[in-house]
Design a protein around this ligand. Structure first.
Ligand code: 13P
Length: 256
């Protein structure tokens, strides 16, 4: 049984003081969480404050939204996996479509980052997803297959279960247009079959695959009920602590 993982990608929002008050409201709102894992992914500057606030909730982990693949060096403006680990960060988003399209990250760059994160003991939330054009021209499987094979190239068997895959169709991100539960489930099942091809069936069964793209309290439960959907990566709706808490409740309700 894979434990569902609900993650808030704040993107470039919230200062460290705003993060503190967000987490205070969130912890009051959510109370106790036992059956799912919760991750908050603030911008770098709000990580230390968020780590301190997270100590009050055992099910809550803090992650980062990006990192560089090198351990250290002359890379102005970048942050390494070692630096994140030193702050007790557990997860890092890699290969997000905004990084791929706005900052030119290729499958090869994403792969370097995935391997560096695993080497440092960070768990990658490895994002894949097709554009609308790719969906309309029937290239979904081809694109997902390439992103997964190249992005996870060279990952050792034992590291596979450290990775969380996030399926985020680009056309559903920030658009209000969610993939239908059936569309998402079909993509997730395909992703799991690709993972089985590069590792083995039992290992692929253990990997958690999140859905991301306009997840909200009113569509979360049905998505979370799908067989191969093991959680959500939430952007816009996670900026309100109440709606993030509601989405977590939906994921818990889907377990029953
Ligand atoms: P939205 O939930 O705002 O569509 O963003 C999804 C996303 O990109 C999460 O990483």
């Amino acid at each position: 049984m894979r434990k569902k993982i609900l993650a808030a990608n704040w993107k470039m929002n919230l200062t460290h003081t705003e993060a503190e008050s967000y987490l205070q409201s969130f912890l009051t709102e959510i109370g106790e969480v036992n059956d799912v894992e919760v991750v908050v992914l603030p911008p770098f500057t709000a990580i230390p404050a968020s780590v301190s606030a997270s100590e009050k909730m055992p099910a809550l982990r803090i992650g980062a939204q990006n990192m560089h693949w090198a351990k250290s060096g002359a890379f102005t403006g970048e942050v390494s996996a070692t630096m994140l680990r030193a702050l007790y960060v557990k997860y890092v988003i890699l290969g997000h479509s905004e990084r791929r399209t706005l900052f030119g990250e290729t499958d090869e760059i994403v792969n370097r980052k995935v391997r560096a994160a695993l080497d440092a003991g960070l768990r990658p939330i490895f994002c894949v997803g097709e554009t609308l054009h790719e969906r309309d021209s029937n290239q979904v499987e081809q694109v997902l297959g390439r992103q997964i094979r190249q992005g996870l190239d060279g990952v050792s068997q034992k590291d596979f279960t450290e990775i969380v895959v996030a399926y985020e169709p680009c056309w559903a991100i920030g658009t209000g247009r969610t993939a239908t539960p059936a569309q998402a489930e079909q993509a997730h099942a395909f992703i799991r079959s690709v993972l089985a091809g590069i590792t083995d069936g039992p290992t692929a069964e253990k990997v958690r695959i999140q859905y991301g793209g306009s997840v909200k309290p009113d569509n979360a439960e049905e998505l979370m009920r799908q067989k191969n959907i093991d959680g959500a990566l939430i952007g816009g709706a996670s900026l309100d602590p109440r709606s993030f808490a509601q989405i977590i409740r939906c994921a818990e309700a889907a377990l029953i």
